[in-house]
Design a protein around this ligand. Sequence first.
Ligand code: FAD
Ligand code: NAP
Length: 550
Amino acid sequence: MSYSTGALENSPEPLVFDVVVVGAGFAGLYMLHKLRELGFTVRVLEAASGVGGTWFHNRYPGARCDIESLDYSYSFSEELQQEWSWSERYASQPEILRYIDHVAERFDLLRDVQLNTVVANAEFEEHTARWSVTTEEGERYSARFCIMATGVLSAAQVPRLAGLEEYTGRWYHTGAWPHERPDFTGMRVGVIGTGSSGTQLIPLVAQQAKELVVFQRTANYCMPAQNRPLDANLEGEWKTHYPERRAFARASSFGHNQVSNDKKGTEVSPLERREELERRWDLGGLYMMRAFKDIMTNADVNREAIEFVHEKIDGIVNDPQTAEALKPKDLFIGTKRLCSGTDYYETFNRQNVRLVDVKSDPIKRVTPTGLQTEGETFALDAIIFATGFDAMTGSLLRINPTGRGGVKLSERWADGPRSYLGLSISGFPNMFVIAGAGSPSVFSNMVTSIEQHVEWIATCLLHLERNGAACIEATPEAEEGWVQHVNELADKTLYRHSKNTWFYGANTPGKPVVFMPYVGGVGRYSQNISSIAAKNYEGFSIQERVDSSL
Ligand code: FAD
Ligand code: NAP
């Protein structure tokens, strides 16, 4: 595989393209493919030394998808989906990365991807109606359109713990895992964080480490993934019916084919509810989210699922005190992103694993040889931060683009992210965000949502081109209406009771606490954005070209 490098093309003059795309994960790569097909010149700028985004960066032991691999894959090419074979029900990180590399090669994408290139600045120049994009190395690009495919879980976050600089052991963050896999054999290891990354990683590190201390601040619900090798008959059946399967996913609420129960919990007997919860536990992973139609809106139904999972924890974990500490308190199930793991609770029965509750005994500092809580000192040879991301907005705000009138995005978003459709931000003409805050994004199979956005943006750009338009921009009124709609939908759910989550930005110090994703579902969202496009991009203002050089 050959990659182009930034340094070779360093030039005092800006390089000129129709479109600059930032990020080469699932979103950036498909955006490139789609726009190139339509005849646009495109340059993708990617900070990492390889493509794949999430699946390039998150190489920690146990990293894997929790949407079935047959669903969590591109649908845009029938040949691709027929020729690729997944080995497991839920694909592991190495396999997803192999898949993305295969896609990049198969569609000859790499020649327009510039790796090792961090975008430092992006500015809309009003006099030319073009985006000026600058990299950390000082290279400049000029493009009519700037598409932010920077990811919503891509700004890894290490807590600012006193003493970390003096720590003499090794430390890691799950979202920036080294390529040479660390070996924890014989080591005393501490893991901070028990979200999706932590719960996947802990059982595997426990198998290697001499001692493992898990520092838990907030317990979350971890469903058994029930991962297994992919059944050849099932794969064959999917491949025969891929078009219908993909159409179903796109019209569904969550962008995949997982079975949802159409019945409300309140409509069925206690026995039927119990049986359904058991069935969901056996189906594994995120299936619990779809146990009943009202599980995310009715507190009593949700509480029954909570009690069910608490009983499961009691049944698995031998030490009653540890079992109690592992049970989430005051947290509706699913309102913090549900985790999907293998042998997570079982791992706490191992002699070499200890759970430390850092809510009651907070972490005070890192010492040169370990970690200190208010009440205890821990000697650790390695510390793993499974502490998550500045989610949804972090990577975009690290670039902090400048829109009309020299206004920075951080100023526009001082009270939290605002967008029209999660795609476009008023005051930032010709800039699009893929799967951003205000779209179904993290509440869906993200590959489905990414494809939906890429196709919408590509159609929009073609429309502008054909109509000789210079600029498209969300109107402030349309943006305000959409922000209200997103909040109104969220307010009908149980999410509003659990604000201590990254869905609200609460995991990032200083970030406004605002609910960010759209909960209305992929299918409904798709209808919205399609009808807006059909109504000549209702809610956007489109300006005609005044100068042929634009
Ligand atoms: P990313 O894959 O995040 O790619 C963004 C790219 O932009 C990165 O390569 C980054 O380096 C680059 N970038 C950012 N800023 C800059 C800059 N300033 N300059 C240059 N480049 C930049 N989703 C699901 O639907 N199902 C799952 O099971 C699932 N599992 C996940 C597991 C993990 C561990 C994580 C972290 C996320 C998971 N997600 C899952 C969400 C996942 O992020 C998306 O599914 C998807 O991979 C996002 O693709 P993307 O291209 O939008 O963003
Ligand atoms: P996360 O869900 O945000 O979890 C971070 C964990 O670190 C939380 O337990 C948090 O506790 C803890 N933490 C953060 N700062 C801390 C501190 N200073 N002291 C102590 N504890 C601290 O992050 P993640 O696990 O990386 O997952 C992020 C998202 O990525 C997921 O929600 C999911 O969408 C995606 N993902 C998916 C999968 C998958 O299975 N497919 C795997 C990994 C990630 P608090 O809760 O108290 O803040």
